[in-house]
Design a protein around this ligand. Structure first.
Ligand SMILES: [Zn+2]
Length: 251
């Protein structure tokens, strides 16, 4: 995992160590060095990673101090990103003092992704914004951003079983009980791997109980699979979870 991250300001880009050149406005700024470490605890049902990666969320995105562009690596940007960053909606978003600063960074990244057509990646960034709201005990924001993540997921290409489970979990945690129930019933009609069906059953029980709290993947699977490493690998596969983390921190 650590091998995947590279130090910021690589000499190949001609910048000093610790400095990054913004791909949108070319400003140079000091950006924190962040290396993803493999989670040791099981992820939540929405695949928010376990500790120690979980609480490093404040370091997942960089933000350019001049133009406000936010991304895992601001040295890289999609071709249309400068147009999006210069436009009024983005300017309003990053200057909205009513929204917590860390959350705004994820919303900014989600906005750029959405405007450049990367709907599933935008959904991921929006869900991460919801995680920052969870950490701040801002249930109102977390619910709203989970619903926006669901809308983004559903506006992109068809979802695989893992992503459909995450949509259901987002709906449950947003207390959208009827919509969650519909999604569970639709998915239950499909042929599903046993591990996916176990998580779906847990979601059904939680929705039935009106439980919008955080639960981990480990709690969906019977012992002895309760051991975090065994259970989450069993559900989504080591390659899958680590693949997600790698995509998140691609530098
Ligand atoms: Zn910039």
């Amino acid at each position: 995992m650590a091998n995947n991250a590279t130090p910021q300001g690589s000499t190949a880009r001609g910048t000093a160590p610790g400095m990054a050149t913004c791909a949108v406005c070319s400003a140079e700024s000091r950006q924190p060095l962040f290396r993803a470490t493999a989670p040791e605890q099981a992820p939540d049902l929405d695949l928010r990673p376990g500790e120690p990666l979980r609480s490093s969320i404040c370091h997942w995105l960089q933000q350019c101090p001049r133009c406000g562009y936010a991304a895992p690596d601001i040295r890289e940007a999609r071709p249309s990103a400068p147009r999006v960053v210069a436009a009024a909606p983005f300017r309003a978003l990053i200057n909205d003092a009513a929204t917590p600063a860390l959350s705004r960074r994820f919303l900014a990244w989600a906005h750029v992704l959405e405007e450049t057509g990367a709907m599933h990646e935008a959904a991921e960034a929006m869900l991460q914004a919801a995680w920052t709201a969870d950490d701040l005990n801002r249930g109102d924001l977390a619910r709203a951003w989970r619903m926006e993540a669901v809308a983004l997921w559903r506006s992109g290409p068809p979802l695989d079983a893992e992503q459909r489970l995450r949509v259901i979990d987002a709906l449950r945690r947003a207390e959208a009980w009827d919509t969650a129930q519909d999604a569970i019933e639709t998915m239950a009609q499909d042929t599903l791997p046993e591990s996916v069906r176990q998580v779906l059953s847990l979601e059904a029980r939680l929705v039935e109980a009106g439980d919008a709290r955080r639960h981990t993947v480990a709690s969906a699977l019977p012992p002895p699979a309760r051991r975090p490493h065994v259970s989450h690998q069993k559900l989504i596969g080591r390659g899958s979870l680590f693949g997600w983390v790698k995509r998140l921190f691609r530098r």
